[in-house]
Ligand binder design. Structure first.
Ligand code: CA
Length: 375
């Protein structure tokens, strides 16, 4: 399967009549790899629109891909990582490699006419329970949080809900009493037995995290995500070890070594993201690492189409699925382009069963949303 062409482009979200530049921070960063008349699609980490990762693919990776055999997948990825490792293994390069990995899996699935989960070893399930991941609650008052949660609770009928704080990273311990009031109000809204999670988005000191975590334990929340800055794995581990509630982290890990450091520190649920952490191959490696250490593997996922579908193929084949899959705000924003992208269905997302990722594309809509950056 000789690779003949590599394309990099953005699929911008929102109003397509706006100037393309206005959408750079809100777009899906796509890599398309052509071989034998087939096209595989992958997605890079969307930080700053994924523009930097796409530039690295176009300039530094595509020349090495052209002419290579797509079935030499693992060799290609390791060669590219080590060719570019001095650009930094965390961030732009690994986000780019994640896109290439997903595209190569999509291509292989199309070549073998099988869904990716079959190539990964088969599915334990093709209906995956999801949780509604609801962001920006740091900026809302208590009533605003309740309204935002109620809207998605009713509209999507999720299997669980996670409330996220998001917001500015410098605002450590800004409103602990307010945060606790919001956590209590959401518990009251959904009832005592409904599964809830709380995502601090790195915004507490160790002491405040423990204080908030104790309240979350009393309120029956299931997990407490990124209570402290992710780049202090020892601090994350200290919070995890001092609380009974499950403390999770890992969405900002770009390497297996970084996930291993979190596990070593004492974190017992890790959340790598497929568009950062090595694509499908990277997540399968993380799943093995977690299994070896008895740690929960619960991927982070915020992308509306390619990333979400790729993540679901991995979850389908993962035996120990302990938590629902993430469905973030704005999950429907590519629905006019990727027309069968998974959407809520009685508390679940259904893994596409077509070849490769199984995503069907409205080509006319894709042409309207597509922005070519690199010639
Ligand atoms: Ca998070």
């Amino acid at each position: 399967m000789k690779i003949s062409k590599v394309e990099t482009f953005l699929v911008r979200w929102g109003d397509v009549t706006r100037p393309a530049e206005a959408n750079f921070g809100s777009a899906t960063a796509v890599v398309a790899i052509h071989a034998d008349g087939l096209v595989g699609l992958g997605e890079a980490s969307p930080m700053q629109g994924g523009v930097a990762s796409l530039a690295v693919v176009a300039r530094d990776m595509a020349p090495a891909l052209i002419g290579a055999d797509a079935l030499d997948h693992a060799v290609i990825l390791d060669r590219l990582l080590h060719k570019l490792i001095k650009l930094g293994p965390d961030g732009i390069v690994t986000g780019a490699l994640a896109a290439i990995d997903i595209a190569l899996w999509d291509l292989k699935g199309k070549a073998f006419r099988q869904p990716i989960y079959k190539l990964l070893g088969g599915a334990w399930r093709t209906r995956i329970p999801f949780y509604a991941s609801i962001g920006n609650n740091g900026a809302r008052d208590v009533d605003g949080v309740v309204k935002a949660v109620e809207a998605r609770f009713k509209a999507e009928q999720p299997s669980a809900i996670k409330i996220r704080w998001d917001g500015a990273r410098g605002e450590i311990d800004r409103d602990i009493a307010g945060d606790i009031a919001k956590a209590k109000a959401v518990r009251k809204l959904v009832g005592d037995d409904f599964p809830l999670a709380f995502d601090a988005n790195n915004r507490y000191s160790i002491g405040a995290a423990i204080r908030v975590g104790r309240v979350l334990e009393d309120l029956g929340y299931l997990w407490f995500e990124e209570p402290v800055e992710y780049y202090h794995p020892k601090a994350m581990g200290e919070v995890a070890q001092r609380l009974d509630i499950t403390v999770s982290a890992g969405e900002q890990s770009y390497t297996l070594q970084s996930v291993a450091a979190l596990i070593d520190s004492g974190v017992r649920m890790v959340q790598p993201d497929i568009v950062k952490m090595g694509g499908i191959t990277g997540l399968m490696q993380c799943a093995a690492l977690c299994h070896a250490h008895g740690v929960e593997f619960v991927p982070h996922q915020t992308q509306p189409a390619i990333g979400n579908a790729a993540n679901l193929h991995v979850l389908a084949t993962h035996m120990r699925a302990t938590r629902p899959a993430e469905l973030a705000d704005g999950w429907s924003r590519c629905a006019d382009t990727f027309v069968n992208a998974p959407k809520p269905d009685a508390g679940c997302l259904v893994v596409p069963d077509g070849a490769g990722l199984g995503l069907a594309i409205d080509e006319a809509m894709l042409a309207r949303r597509r922005v070519d950056l690199n010639g």
